[in-house]
Write a protein that binds this ligand. Sequence first.
Ligand code: MN
Length: 265
Amino acid sequence: MWRVLRRAVTAGGRRAPVPQGRWCRCRQPLASAAGRCRGQAWAESRTSATITMPEVNTDHLDEQQVQLLAEMCILIDENDNKVGADTKKNCHLNENIDKGLLHRAFSVFLFNTENKLLLQQRSSAKITFPDCFTNTCCSHPLSHPLELEENNAIGVRRAAQRRLKAELGIPMEQVTPEEISYLTRIHYKAKSDGIWGEHEIDYILFVQKDVMLNPDPNEIQSYCYVTQKELKQLLDKASKNETLSHMENNPSHYYTMSNTIPVDH
Ligand SMILES: [Mn+2]
């Protein structure tokens, strides 16, 4: 996580050169002679009655988590321009991701006043990456006017406040959108299993505050604060597949961020 963040921050402010070839008006390479990039082609396909979505049986999954699959995420192109909306379920099916479906997301790193980072372990009920350790809170802004607002990433920061309350039980007034800093964006793609996966542009958000926690066990099974040194040790152990002493779980369950690239070149 630290390595990727450092790279993303260092890269801030520079623009990638414009490559040659045929380009869509959203500056993405064209996927077809029809003059559309993959993101737009996907958005248009969603309005067509001839497209069939993959059928996935969710009967064996956690009921509360399955209900959340109906939430509407924000579909984007590779430059983070909104191109539509689709369910959380459709956004996280590898079958759709393989066709280029991409959605907007965020990743919160909350530090206390001792500069320790809050980590969480996802619950076993989670559909993607169950039991994985990760940073403080990863989720999505929804396709709702308040969370679609792009000025100063305010919509994403509002969504982060909502999910810090929902997952960790942090009272809304303890972390307001004004106290959440937007650093940069990364493009992240990873498979969770054969069916489910992630493909998103993540807004990296930092918060520094001492907060009250009351985690929802359906979302989170454990949490801890770590120093930067402790986090590096944990990641070292995870990469060597060694047992973690005070987080007693399979270290290979750490989110791998190796497939991330900074968006804000
Ligand atoms: Mn996602």
